[in-house]
Every structure is written in structure tokens, then in C-alpha cells.
Write a protein of this length. Structure first.
Length: 79
């Protein structure tokens, strides 16, 4: 794994540990969907910017079908 991947992984790990600390004993709910939404939006924003808003190129880079990318962009109000 490259250093960049390790940095992102560590950032997520630290954020999750802080999340549990902030819960202060409360039971978490819907963590998976919450985390996917929180990571997916900035991912889509950055990739679309780097792809000059070319959805076909961005979909290819992400390994997604173009229609799936459009649905995700709409979900995050990025169109």
C-alpha cells in the first residue's frame, strides 16, 4: 500500500475513534451509511473536478458505470 493510501486509511481510523469518543457511551446507529455518505461526496467532488466534469472519464476512474455515477452525483446534489 502506498503512503497516500495509508494516510487516508489512518485519517478515517482516527476520525472513527473520535466519533466513538464523542458518543460518550451512546449506541451508534447507521454508521455504515453515514460513513459512506461522508466519504463519497468529497470523493465525487474531487474526481469530477480532476476529470474536468467529464462524467464518462470520472466514472472510468472510479470504476463505476456512468449511470451509477450520475445517480450518486444527483444524490449528493453535485449536478
Amino acid at each position: 500500500m502506498s503512503a497516500n493510501h495509508s494516510n487516508v486509511e489512518e485519517c478515517v481510523r482516527e476520525s472513527l475513534l473520535r466519533y466513538f469518543q464523542d458518543l460518550d457511551g451512546e449506541t451508534p446507529d447507521g454508521m455504515y451509511d453515514m460513513l459512506v455518505r461522508l466519504v463519497e461526496k468529497p470523493l465525487l467532488e474531487v474526481v469530477m473536478r480532476q476529470a474536468d466534469n467529464n462524467q464518462s472519464r470520472a466514472a472510468e476512474w472510479l470504476g463505476l458505470n456512468r449511470n451509477t455515477l450520475r445517480k450518486k452525483l444527483t444524490l449528493h446534489n453535485l449536478l
